[in-house]
Each structure stands twice: as structure tokens, then as C-alpha cells.
Design a protein around this ligand. Structure first.
Ligand code: COA
Ligand code: ZN
Length: 335
């Protein structure tokens, strides 16, 4: 497809939902709010603020209302939240959530483990949630988990993914996110799945969501861009995972992806220096080292001062060169 310089790409941050749900200790609400306020200034299209699930299921996000109500909203940012059922939808509406992000797995086993329902039961429930959103004129995105493989079932057939995307499109949702929940995707597969979804649903906002479990997050991102995807989920510092997916680890890191895409000439609209600063604050909040690399190394063109002995290195090199030339002249003068 026509990927190239200056192609605008929309970046969605999921660290405060996908990321925080995996952190061992509870992140205080005030700290979550301060981080989201900081992120709001950095150029994101969307921030997934929290999740309106049950506190027993995801205790790390039990302060969803408080956080959603207190953040300072920037007009160009969509503040979305994960909504698992009608109860969650009612809670989300009460605190003016801009978009509902519904979740269902493309894998039957993962859906049962994560949501305790068959996919058909989930679909019926999400139909009701989408109706609630429609009545409130709130847009709906569906995040389909395990699109590129399931940690319990193995391969997930592309035709089955397409069938679920078709069914959600027929419900009238605005967007679908193709999630590589446990980092099983690889570039040629990403290319095929993304092209087939986009080919069938040119009007759907299709987002890609990659975890970096097997270090393929960046190459999968490139494959998706080249297949025509223009919206991406990612998480600051590469935090994240899924509590019900064995082997899952963090999303591909926002600062790593943005750095790569900007080097390649894509227009993400993001402030990389701000992201690196925010990653530093995030590391203090979570209390452990982050998996991201650019937050440690900085931009590729960051200038490091030469070592203190640089001048003497140069002088010695120049002196050697002068001696060589002088020696050469002497050699030339010899009979
Ligand atoms: N908000 C708050 N509480 C909720 C709720 C919601 N959206 N949905 C259910 N609950 C409460 C119920 O009131 C009930 O509480 P009680 O035990 O005090 O009566 C309890 O949670 C269980 O409710 P039930 O309807 O039986 O749900 P469940 O146990 O089948 O769980 C989900 C369904 C969807 C709420 C739960 O599986 C869930 O949130 N899973 C996490 C999904 C997720 O976010 N995964 C990570 C992202 S991929
Ligand atoms: Zn995820």
C-alpha cells in the first residue's frame, strides 16, 4: 500500500489501562491522574484511561470513576475506557467517557478464561452495550483479543477473525482493534490479516495493538503500516499484559515506536522528548525498570560529549600524520 513520508498516523496510549492492570502494587489515583494529564499534552489521538470492570476482576483499576472524572481533558484527545458489560457502560457514561472500548476474544478458550463467557454470549452482551452507547451517542470500538494467535489454542484462523469483524461492523461499531494479546503475531501474518480486514471494511477505523512478548512488536508495526493501518495502540515504557493470558508481556513501547516511525518520516504528531520525560515519571510510579529502549538511549541523533582526552587524541593523530608525511618526503629525497 502507499505508506510513505509524511503519512499521518494516530497514536493511542494504553499504559494506564493495559499497563496498570498488570502492576503488582496499586498506583494511587492522584498519580494516575497526573500522568494522564502529562500524556494529554504529548500529541496522542486517544488515551485509554481506565477500565469499568469489576473491582474483584481488576483491582488495579478500581478507581475508574475517580480517575475519569478528575483528568483534565484536551479537546483533541479521545478519552476512551474499556467497558466489559452494560453495568460498565452505565458507569462509563456517568463520568463522560468519550468512547467505549468493548473487548472480546477471537479465541473461544481465551474468551472463556478472560470474560467467563462463550464468544456468542459475549457478542450478545456487547450488542446491548453498543445499543447503550448508541443511545447516548458515544462511539464504540471493539478490541478483538488473540487475533494473531491464542496462548491456549494456538493458531486462530483468519476466517474466524474476519467473521467476528463482519459481525461487529454489522452492529454499526465505529472501530475495531486487532490485538496481538500475547505477542504471537509475525510480520507476514500481520500483513495478510490487516489487508484482508481493511479490504472488506474500508469504512471501519482499524487499529493495531501489538505486545512485544517475542520482540516482534516493532516489525509488526511496520508490517501493519505497510498494509494500510493508520492507528496504533501502544504503551509508555512497554508496560502491560493480560492477567488471563499465560506468557503475555508488555505492549510495544510508545517511545520506541514513535522514535522508529518518526525516523522513517511518518507523522505521528507526538513529542518524543515529552514521552521520554513521562517514561521517567512512569518508572518512578511503577517502581521497576521499564522494557522500553529509547527512554534509556534517547533519540538516535542525541549528541554525546567526546571523552575528556579527545583533544590529546586528536593532537597525537595529527602528529603521527605529520611525522608520516615528513618521513615520506625524506624517503623520496633519498638516492
Ligand atoms: N462494574 C462493576 N462491577 C461489576 C461489573 C462492572 N462492569 N460487572 C460485574 N460486576 C460485579 C457484579 O456486580 C458482581 O459483584 P458481586 O459479586 O458483589 O455481586 C461481580 O462483579 C461478578 O459479576 P458477574 O456478572 O457474575 O460477572 P463475572 O464474574 O462473570 O465477571 C466481568 C464478568 C466481565 C465483569 C469480569 O470477567 C471482568 O471484568 N473481567 C476482566 C476482563 C478484563 O478487563 N480483562 C483484561 C483486559 S483484556
Ligand atoms: Zn493488550
Amino acid at each position: 500500500m502507499n505508506a510513505g513520508k509524511n503519512t499521518p498516523l494516530a497514536i493511542n496510549e494504553v499504559a494506564t489501562r493495559d499497563g496498570f492492570q498488570m502492576e503488582r502494587h496499586f498506583i494511587e489515583s492522584e498519580a494516575k491522574i497526573a500522568l494522564i494529564d502529562e500524556l494529554s499534552q504529548l500529541g496522542y489521538a486517544k488515551i485509554e484511561v481506565t477500565s469499568f470492570t469489576s473491582a474483584q476482576a481488576i483491582p488495579a483499576l478500581r478507581d475508574a470513576e475517580l480517575v475519569m472524572q478528575r483528568i483534565r481533558r484536551e479537546p483533541n484527545v479521545v478519552y476512551t475506557a474499556l467497558v466489559p458489560n452494560v453495568r460498565g457502560g452505565e458507569r462509563a457514561l456517568e463520568c463522560r467517557t468519550d468512547e467505549f472500548n468493548l473487548v472480546m476474544s477471537a479465541s473461544e478458550t481465551h474468551n472463556l478464561v478472560n470474560l467467563r463467557m462463550t464468544r456468542e454470549q459475549s457478542f450478545r452482551q456487547l450488542d446491548d452495550v453498543a445499543a447503550l452507547a448508541n443511545s447516548a451517542r458515544v462511539p464504540v470500538n471493539v478490541s478483538l483479543s488473540c487475533v494473531f494467535g491464542c496462548p491456549m489454542e494456538g493458531e486462530v484462523p483468519v476466517d474466524s477473525v474476519l467473521k467476528w469483524v463482519d459481525r461487529f461492523a454489522a452492529l454499526g461499531v465505529q472501530g475495531v482493534t486487532l490485538c496481538d494479546t500475547t505477542g504471537m503475531a509475525y510480520p507476514t501474518q500481520v500483513q495478510e490479516v490487516c489487508e484482508r480486514v481493511l479490504g472488506r471494511h474500508p469504512d471501519l477505523a482499524v487499529t493495531a495493538h501489538f505486545h512485544n512478548t517475542r520482540a516482534m512488536g516493532l516489525v509488526n508495526t511496520i508490517a501493519a503500516v505497510e498494509a494500510g493501518i493508520r492507528q496504533f495502540d501502544m504503551s509508555l515504557g512497554g508496560i502491560g499484559g493480560c492477567p488471563y493470558a499465560p506468557g503475555a508481556s508488555g505492549n510495544v513501547a510508545t517511545e520506541d515506536v514513535v522514535h522508529m516511525l518518526e525516523c522513517m518520516g511518518y507523522d505521528t504528531g507526538m513529542r518524543l522528548d515529552g514521552l521520554i520525560g513521562a517514561a521517567g515519571h512512569l518508572q518512578t510510579l511503577v517502581g521497576h525498570e521499564l522494557a522500553s529502549q529509547v527512554s534509556r538511549a534517547g533519540h538516535r541523533l542525541i549528541r554525546h560529549a567526546p571523552p575528556p582526552e579527545f583533544e590529546s587524541l586528536r593532537e597525537r593523530a595529527l602528529a603521527r600524520e605529520a611525522a608520516r608525511q615528513a618521513g615520506g618526503r625524506m624517503d623520496g629525497a633519498a638516492p
